[in-house]
Design a protein around this ligand. Structure first.
Ligand code: DQQ
Length: 548
């Protein structure tokens, strides 16, 4: 049991025990951040779901409160599933969430309001008797009808909300649209906000505006000329999320992805690793949009039960539209930097083929590392075989891991490494030359992360899941630089490539590379020499207050 305890994260959001999943109803209200989340009060596996509730002034320190919403009425007695918060005019928050009404998992949409608006923490929530607000009609698949978004307000004086689902007897994922004048009586729009064939059930849709050529976040109801929209879904079948960028046709009340966006399984992802059921919210305190994602365990269900806990919330990320307009950029919220302790710095250090440098002097198992690599030429980039699948970065990463010699790369970090490299989780780049352009592969490879028995590249709950997560990075290499930031926290490595263009999160469970036995290295296994331009690494402190 000793080792299990060492896998608890120290600066990620994690309750003392039991199962957690989706972040719910995140909001900023009167100077306080609220985070609700799916929680099983009775154990470390999914079930008995309530909305647990924590509050924070800085997104770093969290105070645990009593459960906000839990099964108690006919409209939610079998579970209180995911949903979102909307702050109505007059500064009145309201939560929309999915209630499970029977043992067949029939889903309805309910609302809850704070019992006392003058309580700064909004501890108590009331579920009025006119619930449920929205029930499935005959055209809606009532067991795939859930996760209402934050509502947005139209120029016609009506509120809108979208709800995830799946066409009956079809694999078309669908985001139903409902409208209401008073937030109480809701009517289904003739057309969904959006749908896509072949994607299966959509969970936790998210829909929000982003500024073009700007870094401010926008309230969910903002429309206008300098605005594009993001639409994200969590795919029930594959357990990952994808998003597109597009426009919102207000007349037709439809979202339309831009032409060159892939609207399906090969679409852009917030994160190419363990990141699911995410939700964003507008933070009027700092004029930014913040994204929260959940990472489940990659360990066996047996080990989850032995540990007594499962699931963490990842570090909240600021999201903005990339200047190209073609994707988002994500970056850990600036408040995280208040946890930075001891710092070490390196600069202008060459890494020749096969070399590695240890980053000493910080707590490698609990750290924040930010490094920029540079190189003199792209000439040695390996040829990208045209027969390889450009959308299967993960397969490429599992074949061409961190030790297979390349041209330009593999180079990057070896995180959570044991002294003799029996265990390590490399996060690295590999640059390829395709016919039309260079392709930058970014990997976070858990395949050598632990000597613990049981190993699988598929998640089945019986074996530990050790995938070679990977994604391509759409980055301009003209300046011959690539940057990487990794947040390392005992059993999680959360990485941001090229300023947050590509993000990958891995959950790993080393048995040797634990606590002060964990090491951190920068490495290069490519024939082209790369240089560590600058590297800054910090030991990360624990938040003073964190649900314990
Ligand atoms: N988790 C919730 C659902 C949602 C799913 C139930 C996504 O509302 O669709 O715990 O992880």
């Amino acid at each position: 049991n000793h080792v299990y305890h060492l896998h608890r994260t120290r600066y990620h959001f994690q309750p003392r025990k039991n199962w957690i999943n989706d972040p719910n109803g995140p909001m900023y209200y009167n100077g306080i951040y609220h985070l609700f989340y799916q929680y099983n009060p009775k154990g470390a596996v999914w079930g008995n779901i309530v909305w647990a509730h924590s509050v924070s002034k800085d997104l770093v320190n969290w105070k645990k409160l009593e459960h906000a919403i839990y099964p108690s009425k006919p409209f939610d007695q079998y579970g209180c599933w995911s949903g979102s918060a909307t702050v109505l005019p007059g500064n009145k928050p309201v939560i929309l969430y999915t209630g499970i009404v029977d043992d067949k998992q029939t889903q309805v949409q309910n609302y809850a309001v704070p019992a006392n608006l003058s309580d700064p923490y909004l501890r108590l929530w009331i579920k009025p008797d006119n619930n449920p607000l929205i029930v499935a009609d005959n055209w809606v698949n009532k067991t795939a009808f859930r996760d209402p978004t934050t509502a947005w307000f139209g120029k016609d004086g009506k509120w809108r909300v979208t709800i995830g689902g799946r066409r009956k007897r079809k694999h078309r994922g669908i985001a139903y649209l409902y409208r209401s004048k008073d937030f109480m009586r809701w009517t289904k729009a003739k057309h969904p906000l959006h749908s896509a064939a072949g994607t299966g059930n959509w969970e936790c849709p998210d829909f929000f505006p982003v500024q073009v050529n700007g870094k401010n976040g926008l309230d969910t109801s903002v429309t206008g000329r300098n605005v594009k929209y993001v639409f994200k879904v969590s795919l029930d079948v594959t357990r990952y999320e994808y998003y597109t960028i597009g426009t919102y046709d207000i007349k037709k009340d439809k979202y339309i992805p831009e032409k060159d966006m892939i609207d399906g399984w090969n679409g852009l992802r917030y994160d190419y690793g363990n990141f699911y059921a995410s939700k964003s919210f507008f933070d009027p305190g700092k004029n930014r949009r913040i994204l929260w994602g959940w990472a489940n365990e990659s360990d066996t269900t047996d080990n989850d039960v032995k540990k007594g806990w499962a699931g963490i919330q990842l570090i909240p990320r600021t999201v903005v539209l990339d200047p190209s307009g073609k994707q988002l950029l994500q970056w850990p919220v600036e408040e995280l930097e208040t946890l930075r302790g001891k710092k070490v710095e390196l600069s202008n250090q060459n890494l020749n083929k096969g070399e590695k440098i240890e980053i000493k002097g910080i707590t490698a198992a609990q750290s924040d590392v930010d490094v920029t690599f540079s190189f003199n030429s792209l000439d040695k980039a390996e040829t990208f075989d045209p027969s390889w699948d450009r959308y299967d970065a993960q397969k490429l990463c599992s074949q061409k891991g961190s030790t297979v010699e390349g041209g330009l790369g593999p180079f990057g970090l070896l995180t959570l490494a044991s002294e003799n490299l029996e265990e390590y989780t490399p996060v690295f780049f590999r640059v390829f030359k395709a016919q039309d352009k260079h392709l930058v592969l970014m990997c976070s490879d858990a395949s050598r992360s632990t000597l613990m028995n049981g190993n699988s590249s598929m998640k089945d709950g019986k074996d530990a899941y050790r995938p070679s997560f990977a994604g391509f990075v759409n980055v301009d290499l003209n300046d011959k630089k690539l940057s990487l930031r990794s947040l390392i926290d005992h059993s999680v490595v959360e990485s941001f490539g090229a300023g947050g263009r590509t993000c990958i999160t891995s959950r790993v469970y080393p048995i040797l590379a634990v606590c002060d036995k964990a090491h951190l290295y920068a490495f290069n296994n490519g024939t082209e020499t790369v240089k560590i331009d600058t590297l800054k690494a910090w030991s990360m402190n624990r938040p003073k207050e964190m649900n314990h």
